[in-house]
Every structure is written in C-alpha cells, then in structure tokens.
Write a protein that binds this ligand. Structure first.
Ligand SMILES: NC(=O)c1ccc[n+]([C@@H]2O[C@H](COP(=O)([O-])OP(=O)(O)OC[C@H]3O[C@@H](n4cnc5c(N)ncnc54)[C@H](O)[C@@H]3O)[C@@H](O)[C@H]2O)c1
Ligand SMILES: [Fe+2]
Length: 397
C-alpha cells in the first residue's frame, strides 16, 4: 500500500450571507487597516456595486483608493500597475471586489506588497516566502471561488501563457460572500461563471486526490449548481437561486482547493491565454468531452454526478448511468446558451499543438481520473472544435 496523506485546509475566514457586505468596515478595522486599496473592474463599477463597498468603509472611518483597471484574464502589467498605486497611496490592506479577475489581481498585489519582485517570480507551487498583505475578497460572480483558494491565475502576454501561483501564503484573509453582490451579473456572465463552478465541483469530485471531506462538498455543490443555474440565468433577481449558486461555488472552491482539478482546467487556460476566451466559457465547452473521456475510469463517480444533477438512473447499469452525467451537462450548457464549439468563440485550430503542450504543464493533468498524454489532449481539443464525435454530444437530450 502506498502512503497517501490527505490535507484539508481552510486558511481563509469565511463570512457568508445576505447583508454581510455591511460588515466590511468592521472586517477592515479588524485587520488593522486605516486605508485600503479597492481592486475591481469597470463592469463591477458600472453595475453600481462600489457604493455597497465604500459605504461600510466610510462608516468605519476607513480611507480608500480605487483601482478599477482589471481586465478579464488579468495581465502581469495590471498587477504591477495596481501594486504601484498601493504603494503610492500607502494602503495597509486590499479589498478585492469582483469575479476571479479582480480577486486574483488583488491577491497578486498583496503577494508583491509583502514579497517584492515580479509576479512571474512566484509561478508554480509553494514559491512564496512571506504571507501576503491582508486581502478581503468579495466575490461578485458565483464561479471561481478565488476568495477561498490558494491559487492566483495571471496572464503573461509575452508568452501567451496563463501562469498559476499556488501557495497558502497568498490566500485572502477574509472572504466576504454576500449574494446581493452577484445579482447584477448579466445572463451570459452568470451562465459562464456558474458552469466554471460546476466544472470545479465535477473535476474535484473525480480527481485522483479526492477523499470524503472534499467529495461531500463537491457533490453538494454539483446538486446546488445544477438545480439553480438555469433559474439564476433566466431571472437574475431570483434571490434563492443567487444564494444557492454562491454557496455552490464556495463549496466547490473548498473542495478543489484540496484536490486540484482535471483536464478541462488544464486545457482551458491555454484557450484563454491565446484567444482571451472567458475562463468559464472555455471550461463549459470542454467539459462534456473531458467527461466522456473520463467516464470509463470512474463510472461509479460519474453515476453519482448524474444523480446529483437530477438524471433518472433507475434501471440503468453503472456505465449507462455514468454516461447520463455527460448528457446532463450537455443539456445544461445548451439550455443556458453556452456556445457549442471552440470555433464559435474565436479559437483557432492552428495552435492546438502549442496549447496541448501548455496544458500538459498543468498539475491538473496528473490528478485527472484517466491517465492522459499529449495525444489525448490534442484529440480532446479537436473534438471541442467540432471534429470527431461532436455529433454524439449534440444529439443528446
Ligand atoms: N484563483 C482561482 O482559484 C481561480 C479559479 C478559477 C478561475 N480563476 C480565474 O478567474 C478569472 C475569471 O473570473 P470570472 O469568471 O469570475 O470572471 P471575471 O472576473 O473576468 O468577470 C467577467 C465579467 O463579468 C463582470 N462582472 C462580474 N461580476 C459582475 C456583477 N455582479 N455584475 C455585473 N457584471 C459583473 C466583470 O466586470 C467582467 O466584465 C480567470 O482569469 C480565471 O483564470 C481563478
Ligand atoms: Fe475555474
């Protein structure tokens, strides 16, 4: 028997619930900050969410500076710009408000503030010596769970590469999750980010590093997300759906933070690096093909996913039940308007080899339930471009 030690860490303090954003002033005071840098983007600002953030800070007498220049798939340069502003303004903490892009940028700025150097110096696992400047993470999408994860994902345009920093030293000190902050998400952002959360849960549940503590969180996340995503997309004001989606995303994040992910995430990062495809959209398009590839390696697990997604599996054998999980995800994608092919979102097949080489560098490949080589990744990219076997998935449901 090979030694196998599972680790479950939740270094971030999690505050969850409607109205929790009103606690931001107290939280920042608790971190000893007199002035904070708010890291966000123009979409979040235009949605009017900044007032909900600045009001509790003002009430607690906390000064702030706003950096709202974060772009989707944030770049090395954006992190450096934010870091300069933090220094100039003399802030002692960061409040990151937004989807994964502002949250990762806020965490990256906090890392640089405490460790110096360039963000590229810390690429990879456990390369960060000192704990980051305190970060309060306020998610406005129900997707990445960056508010609780040990990961930071930043795009290095000089080499068309999304670099990942994996370190418990960079986690947000406090995650403040208020579903009200997600209400203004437009349907297509709700759909893409919600699918990202579902892919986190599916890949965590089936990861080779999965174990019961993480599996129970992942399976419940699959249930919550697949029962609420359509409602959140088609009626953004459905509070129950928004609440359940944010909880599902959080639970999926707690799970994958401890198990890593799988082939879909390994393959989605190169797509975003080369073609600036939104992270959730790339994962959503890839996941049916990756699941189809993985089903034979873990049919019992995929059968449980099918059940959690509401598929009727009675009378089916394990393989048939497992395959219906692929059907369920394909139907969900179709219902919420996810594009079907990578060509539909502007990706080009001429760099499949380069993307496959980059995907193979990801630690997620090693924990994918089915052993995967570069030829497998190339085949999966080709399928997702609308090649081999696309028909079988499109005909589903
Ligand atoms: N750190 C991690 O563990 C982790 C995990 C998965 C993904 N990521 C990274 O996160 C990034 C993607 O984050 P994302 O999918 O949350 O999207 P995002 O942060 O890029 O946001 C997408 C768009 O939605 C808008 N938006 C966000 N919230 C809104 C709201 N409430 N109302 C109106 N508009 C809103 C933004 O302005 C933006 O235009 C990628 O770079 C990805 O690699 C990180
Ligand atoms: Fe993701």
């Amino acid at each position: 028997m090979v030694d196998r030690v599972s680790l479950f860490r939740i270094p971030t303090e999690i505050m969850y619930g409607f109205g929790s954003i009103k606690k931001l002033g107290e939280v920042a005071t608790g971190l000893g900050a007199q002035k904070v840098l708010i890291v966000t983007d123009s979409g979040v600002r235009n949605a009017g969410l900044l007032d909900l953030v600045t009001a509790p800070l003002e009430k607690s007498g906390i000064d702030f500076e706003v950096f709202a220049d974060v772009e989707p798939n944030p770049s090395v340069e954006t992190v450096e710009k934010g870091q300069s502003l933090l220094k100039e303004a003399g802030c002692q903490a960061i409040v990151a408000v937004g989807g994964g892009s502002p949250l990762d940028t806020g965490k990256a700025i906090g890392l640089l503030a405490a460790n110096g150097g360039r963000i590229t110096d810390y690429e990879g696992a456990d390369k960060v010596p000192h704990a980051s400047l305190p970060v309060v993470a306020v998610p406005t999408t129900a997707g990445t769970a960056s508010e609780v994860t040990i990961n930071i994902v930043i795009t290095d345009h000089s080499r068309n590469y999304k670099l990942t920093i994996v370190s418990p030293k960079t986690v947000a000190r406090v995650a403040l999750l208020d579903p009200i902050m997600t209400q203004s998400m437009p349907p297509e952002v709700t759909a893409a980010t919600g699918l990202d959360a579902l892919v986190h849960a599916i890949e965590s549940f089936t990861s080779l590093m999965a174990y019961p503590v993480a599996e129970s969180l992942a399976l419940e996340a699959i249930r919550l997300i697949s029962n609420n995503l359509r409602q959140a997309v088609f009626n953004g004001k459905n509070f129950t759906a928004r609440d359940n989606m944010l909880m599902g995303s959080l639970m999926a994040g707690l799970a994958f933070n401890n198990t890593r992910l799988g082939n879909a995430h390994a393959m989605s990062h190169p797509l975003s690096a080369y073609f600036d495809i939104p992270h959730g959209v790339a994962n959503a398009i890839l996941i049916p093909y990756v699941m189809e590839f993985n089903v034979p390696s873990a049919p019992e697990k995929f059968a449980l996913i099918a059940e959690a997604m509401g598929e009727s599996t009675s009378g089916l054998n394990t393989m048939e039940a497992a395959c219906s999980a692929v059907t369920a995800v394909t139907k969900l994608n179709r219902d919420i308007g996810i594009p079907q092919s990578l060509s539909d979102v502007g990706a080009k097949q001429n760099v499949i080899l380069e993307m496959a080489q980059d995907a193979m560098k990801s630690g997620n490949i090693l924990v994918n339930p089915r052993t995967t080589n570069i030829e497998d990744i190339i085949t999966l990219y080709n399928k997702a471009f609308g090649g081999v076997n696309r028909k079988s998935l499109n005909e589903v449901g």
